[in-house]
Design a protein around this ligand. Structure first.
Ligand code: SF4
Length: 363
């Protein structure tokens, strides 16, 4: 599957870009100075398999808290790269560098600081740290808006001077993001900007996200469309699903987006029909039971289909199939081959699990 060619960058112990796994990140929403609460949230994110955590550093007191959080995690042998999110203050960005694995700056509120950015780049280069140049449609600078309006070109021009400075300094440990709360805009921006950057050889990795998506189902759908569309075009090296919820909720959604785009397999891929008047068993109940009992497996596809009419064709390339064969009866398939027919429904899940177990042990 096509993936955009990029530089590979290092953020802490992780490599990002090109053919490296697409990484999942989140951001704490506790006050950074509340070290205990922030640490607890990072630990929960880490347990949920979050791979990079961003922390807001709005003032000098937060730098000290950031340092304490980093060292507490190291003492607990929790090695998760931490990103300092800095706005408006290059001096805070520079002060965070010794403890942060990456600094995120927003060109929209950093545009008067090109000289200081050069200092930041030089320090990052010396200390082996990464920088994210994260442009947000919602916070383009006044001068960019006056010249280019709120357009993809404006987003591009917002990032460009920083990239040119980095290029002058021969510094490539950079990742870019171009976020918007509008899904169409966010997708268009990436297509437009990456065409230009790649032509100039500025092929930095990309962090993807749709901002301010809200919560619940709609927030997840917006994120999935924005992030997923670009992933399918080969764009995206880290992702964040930004929900107005406990950030731990973001992680499983992010893994599901990657899996649905076939970019990173984290659990069994399930294929199940919605059922219809032909279904002669409680497919919803059976499907949940199969999911629960196979939740520990990785890298296989299991299909649960209501009937033989369409089920065989529609289960596609599933490794294992559970297909209704008549009232109270089920057929089991392995790689499109029917292995058992007319099994009693009450025994069918156990038979399927047995078939999976045997097949995987032979593999
Ligand atoms: S597979 Fe069979 S039961 Fe399921 S939706 Fe299709 S026709 Fe209906």
């Amino acid at each position: 599957m096509f993936r955009r060619h990029t530089h590979i960058i290092s953020v802490g112990h992780l490599q990002i870009g090109n053919d490296c796994p697409i990484r999942i990140q989140s951001m704490t929403n506790t006050p950074t100075q509340d070290i205990a609460a922030t640490l607890q949230q990072i630990r929960r994110l880490y347990e949920a398999q979050c791979e990079i955590v961003r922390i807001a550093v709005p003032n000098f007191r937060a730098i000290e808290a950031f340092r304490s959080i980093k060292s507490a995690l190291q003492n607990d042998k929790i090695y998760i790269p931490l990103v300092a999110d800095v706005h408006f203050s290059p001096s805070i960005a520079i002060a965070c560098l010794p403890f942060a694995d990456k600094i995120r700056i927003n060109p929209g509120n950093f545009h008067n600081y090109y000289d200081t950015f050069k200092t930041l780049i030089r320090s990052a280069k010396k200390e082996g740290k990464a920088i994210r140049i994260g442009v947000n449609r919602g916070s383009l600078s006044k001068s960019i808006l006056e010249q280019y309006d709120n357009t993809s070109e404006g987003v591009y021009q917002s990032a460009l001077p920083f990239l040119e400075i980095a290029q002058e300094e021969d510094f490539y440990n950079i990742i870019l993001s171009f976020k918007s709360s509008d899904v169409n805009q966010m997708i268009d921006d990436h297509r437009y900007i990456l065409r230009k950057l790649d032509t100039r050889g500025l092929n930095f990795p990309i962090h993807l996200g749709v901002t301010e998506v809200g919560n619940d189902t709609y927030g997840r759908i917006k994120s999935a469309i924005g992030i997923g569309s670009l992933l399918l075009e080969g764009i995206g090296d880290t992702i964040r699903v930004s929900l107005t919820e406990d950030p731990v909720h973001e992680i499983s959604v992010a893994y599901d987006i990657l899996q649905a785009c076939n970019k990173r397999i984290n659990h069994v891929e399930y294929i199940a029909c919605p059922s219809c008047g032909r279904t002669q068993f409680n497919i919803e109940h059976i499907f949940n039971e199969i999911k629960e009992k196979t939740a520990h497996l990785r890298g296989i596809k299991i299909a649960v289909m209501g009937c033989l009419v369409n089920g065989i064709g529609e289960m596609g390339d599933a490794d294992f199939g559970y297909i209704g064969a008549g009232p109270g009866r089920v057929n089991l398939y392995h790689k499109n081959r029917c292995i058992k027919t007319n099994i009693l429904e009450e025994n069918a899940v156990a038979e399927l699990l047995h078939l999976i177990e045997i097949s995987l042990s032979i593999k």
